[in-house]
Design a protein around this ligand. Structure first.
Ligand code: HSE
Length: 430
């Protein structure tokens, strides 16, 4: 009988519970596929009651203190499913690596903030480090980038990386309801957190795209250069007009590598309805890559939840069992190189604009003049008759440099006829 591979799981929340269930349910399948029995040998959670709730056998050692478990438990691998950028999760990580144990995590926030150090320490010590579940839940995108696409120069990677935002935008489109109403419904149904800011303000997407960008482009993981915009400012009006112009609105993490450098950003954008990613709805995630040999590839699946995330965690455990250690990113830590950051203000593309304007003579002419002064050309425009003192004026711009668009919007906002900060949404053709 092959040696037993022992695992300790820190954090028995939704994902931790899923991992425990998967290891117990698919035990025989995993043995056939890895060649070694995988034993859940230790668990930790502040709530001891979770052990009984999950039907964990009494032979599994329970630790109230996850760091102590990482340091002392007789296991080959620690799986961290506690979450949080630092604190206990980071202590567990460091304790596991310093004790010479492999480490698997689903913690995107910790990797976004400390991934370079964690990767360096694991590589120096020759220890397994897996993080498939940190990005896009059940979609094996880390494996795709580190293995399946390893022969390609990747020039673009972008995707719908947050199921909560995708769900909210989908329901807004389907029902015509406002962001606030749909968010409140989503919170009631358990699809959005009580404090939804990490999701709806784009921070979760930023954590994920900076990890994907590092893998795709061989740059260090870092949040500093990212511009992060969420979906709070997207109104039901924008969703309806986007449909009318032939687009859908999605929150994307967008990574590009050009001869000028790398840009990694998060913003909501209008995507043509003809693009396949425009039809990835609800809680689903999607990641698209452009490789120089493989071309365009799209990966779709469930980005969160007990079972999909557990599936990704266990994929890492199976790799650890088979000693399939790979560099932390696509290249060894020593080959990771910073590249110049291309700021979002240098973006060249199309734009959707919405102004709330006073319904009076000369308003459109004033706006068109300011746009013209910045060399910006209107591609289409809609203003409908409406009762009330103000009306929405919607337009799309032909290809333009973002710096010029921003300058024009600042000037337009200062005119008397515009009553609210203009709404600008980038158009991405893909
Ligand atoms: N909260 C995330 C989402 C899942 O809504 O997709 C974990 O990153």
């Amino acid at each position: 009988m092959a040696d037993v591979f022992k695992v300790g799981v820190a954090g028995l929340g939704t994902v931790g519970g899923g991992v425990v269930k998967l290891l117990l349910t698919n035990k025989d399948l995993l043995f056939k596929r890895t060649g070694r029995p995988i034993e859940l040998a230790a668990v930790s959670d502040v709530r001891e009651s979770r052990v009984a709730e999950l039907g964990i056998p009494s032979s599994v050692r329970y630790y109230p203190d996850a760091v102590k478990m990482a340091r002392e438990a007789d296991v080959d691998l620690i799986v961290e499913l506690i979450g949080g950028a630092g604190g206990v999760a980071l202590d567990v990580c460091m304790a596991a690596l310093n004790a010479g144990k492999g480490f698997v995590t689903a913690n995107k926030a910790m990797l976004a903030h400390h991934g370079n150090d964690i990767g360096r320490i694991a590589e120096e010590k020759g220890l397994f480090l897996g993080y498939e579940a940190a990005v896009a839940g059940g979609i094996p995108i880390i494996k795709a980038l580190r293995e399946g696409l390893v022969g390609n120069n990747v020039s673009e990677i972008y995707g719908i990386l947050n199921g909560t935002c995708n769900y909210i935008l989908t329901v807004m489109r389907e029902t015509g309801k406002s962001f606030d109403v749909v968010l409140a419904d989503a919170q009631r149904l358990g699809y959005a957190e009580a404090d939804p800011s990490f999701d709806v303000d784009g921070i979760d997407t930023a954590h994920k795209i900076c990890i994907l960008g590092a893998l795709a482009f061989g740059v260090p993981i870092g949040l500093d250069a990212l511009s992060i915009e969420g979906i709070r400012r997207i109104s039901d009006i924008d969703i309806a007009y986007a449909e009318e112009f032939g687009f859908r609105i999605k929150l994307l993490g967008v990574g590009r590598r050009t001869e000028k450098g790398v840009s990694l950003n998060v913003y909501p954008c209008l995507i043509p309805q003809t693009a396949e990613i425009a039809h990835v709805d609800g809680v689903f995630n999607a990641v698209i890559t452009e490789g120089d040999f493989v071309g365009h590839s799209m990966f779709v699946g469930r980005g969160a939840g007990e079972k999909p995330t557990a599936s990704a965690v266990v994929a890492d455990i199976a790799d650890a069992v088979k000693h399939r250690g790979l560099p932390f990113l696509t290249v060894a830590e020593t080959d990771v190189k910073s590249l110049p950051v291309v700021s979002l203000s240098e973006r060249e593309g199309e734009y959707y604009l919405r102004f709330e304007v006073k319904d009076q003579a000369g308003v459109v002419a004033d706006i068109a003049r300011i746009l013209g002064d910045e060399g910006l050309s209107i591609a289409s425009m809609i203003q409908r008759e409406q009762t009330g003192d103000t009306v929405p004026l919607i337009m799309t711009l032909h290809h333009a440099k973002e710096a010029n668009v921003r300058r024009a919007l600042e000037k337009i906002e200062k005119t008397d006829s515009v009553v609210r900060t203009p709404c600008m949404i980038r158009i991405e053709r893909m």
